[in-house]
Design a protein around this ligand. Structure first.
Ligand SMILES: Nc1ncnc2c1ncn2[C@@H]1O[C@H](COP(=O)(O)OP(=O)(O)OP(=O)(O)O)[C@@H](O)[C@H]1O
Length: 383
């Protein structure tokens, strides 16, 4: 992103510099490799001496690979360990076990000093655009801070670059000296995107970046992130509980349940032929308002019984078995490995002893997007 931002001569609009990778090519080079990653938060108890009496098994042995320039979606219900995974990858948290490799280098336990060159390349966008921006700093200060920290000196100076970034994210460069409270939620999230871009990242971990926003605004911010991902070739780990948003944005998707990845694969495969009952249930729970209105047959919604069990003492074997309508004795005894099932594409892996039928299809119709997101998706497909 050191390239100068070009002015479109016909419209005068600022456009993004040339992409680092051909956005529509299938990315193959691994950027981030997560191997058997574990994060257990200790629970302290006892009196008078406090000791560890248990652990919250927030992330319990997950494998993920994000390729250069790829958008990878991580989905699952609240509490399944998505945010913890994002914070481990950005090294805001120290892993309990496993490894995180970035561009072939193990950064799992790298010191602050060792992490310094990597920190600028891996950025995070947070869920809450209100608490993630310092209210006492101007927008200019907020966005230029990563450049200062990482010693980035763009041609023309940092202020010029901040103004360019404001324009790239759809904000008025004249608002350089304004404070966060002067902006709406969507605008604040755009400031968060500009701040993430300021350090010229190769990977952005976006943790529920639109879930706090109004649906109409969500579409705009997703559109911006998609533009950034495609045009700058920045890889994204897009964390969301909303399958519709992830489908719109991500080329590959991993589904988490209680600290484990239970299914992973390319978007088409996961959404049209989910093999894990949990993925199937999540897909069936996406609102089908439009489907009803259009008179199409309504797919039966799978209602998951009960709540997600406690990550302090997760069920034996398959963690989903206590809510699964297909569970048998084997599910309590043996943890199902995450493997390719027959009939699936090579990169579609599922952890289930009794998976869904591979011929189950037309799942696409289960996913009815909010009209604003649907319009956006249509526009993206036309490009
Ligand atoms: N610092 C912490 N100390 C103890 N437990 C924690 C800590 N952070 C997260 N947890 C627990 O780890 C589990 C996973 O939390 P996490 O926030 O990663 O889930 P999530 O899928 O991102 O959910 P949400 O969307 O609600 O944030 C939860 O049970 C949570 O209570």
């Amino acid at each position: 992103m050191k390239e100068d931002v070009a002015k479109d001569v016909t419209t005068g609009a600022t456009t993004l510099p040339a992409p680092r990778t051909a956005a529509k090519d299938t990315p193959a080079e691994p950027l981030l490799v997560v191997d058997k990653l574990v994060k257990h938060f200790p629970i302290k108890g006892g009196f008078p001496v406090r000791r560890t009496v248990g652990a919250v098994q927030a992330v319990d042995g997950i494998d993920l690979t994000v390729h250069v320039g790829e958008s990878f979606g991580l989905v699952g219900e609240s509490g399944c360990g998505k945010s913890t995974t994002g914070r481990l990858i950005t090294r805001l948290l120290e892993p309990t076990g496993g490894t995180i490799s970035y561009r072939g280098r193990d950064i799992s336990h790298a010191s602050r000093k060792e992490l310094a060159p990597v920190r600028s390349e891996i950025q995070m966008i947070f869920q809450d655009p209100y608490s993630s921006l310092n209210p006492r700093q101007t927008v200019g200060r907020i966005i230029s801070a990563p450049m200062e920290i990482n010693g980035i000196n763009p041609a023309g100076g940092r202020e010029k670059r901040v103004r360019e970034l404001l324009e790239i994210v759809g904000l008025n460069p004249e608002h350089y000296n304004r404070f966060p409270h002067e902006f709406s939620g969507g605008q604040r999230q755009r400031i968060g995107v500009a701040r993430a871009l300021a350090s010229e990242p190769k990977l952005i971990v976006a943790d529920e970046p639109v879930s706090a926003l109004d649906v109409s605004i969500q579409a705009q911010v997703v559109n911006l992130l998609q533009k950034v991902q495609r045009e700058l070739g920045i890889a994204f780990l897009f964390i969301a509980h909303d399958l519709a948003v992830v489908r719109h944005f991500s080329q590959r998707v991993a589904v988490m349940y209680l600290g484990k990845v239970i299914e992973v694969g390319d978007r088409g495969s996961i959404y049209t032929r989910p093999r894990h009952p949990y993925t199937h249930a999540l897909l069936s729970a996406v609102p089908e308002v439009e489907l009803e209105e259009s008179g199409k047959v309504r797919r039966e919604r799978i209602r998951l019984a009960g709540d997600v069990p406690s990550p302090v003492s997760p069920p034996s074997g398959c963690r989903f078995r206590t809510r699964c309508w297909k569970a048998q004795d084997k599910c309590a005894q043996e943890e199902p490995p995450l493997v390719r099932l027959s009939g699936n594409r090579e990169d579609h892996l599922t952890a289930c002893h009794f998976p869904e039928d591979p011929t189950t299809e037309a799942r696409d119709e289960d996913i009815v997007l909010d009209p604003a997101l649907a319009a956006l998706e249509d526009a993206a497909e036309d490009q």
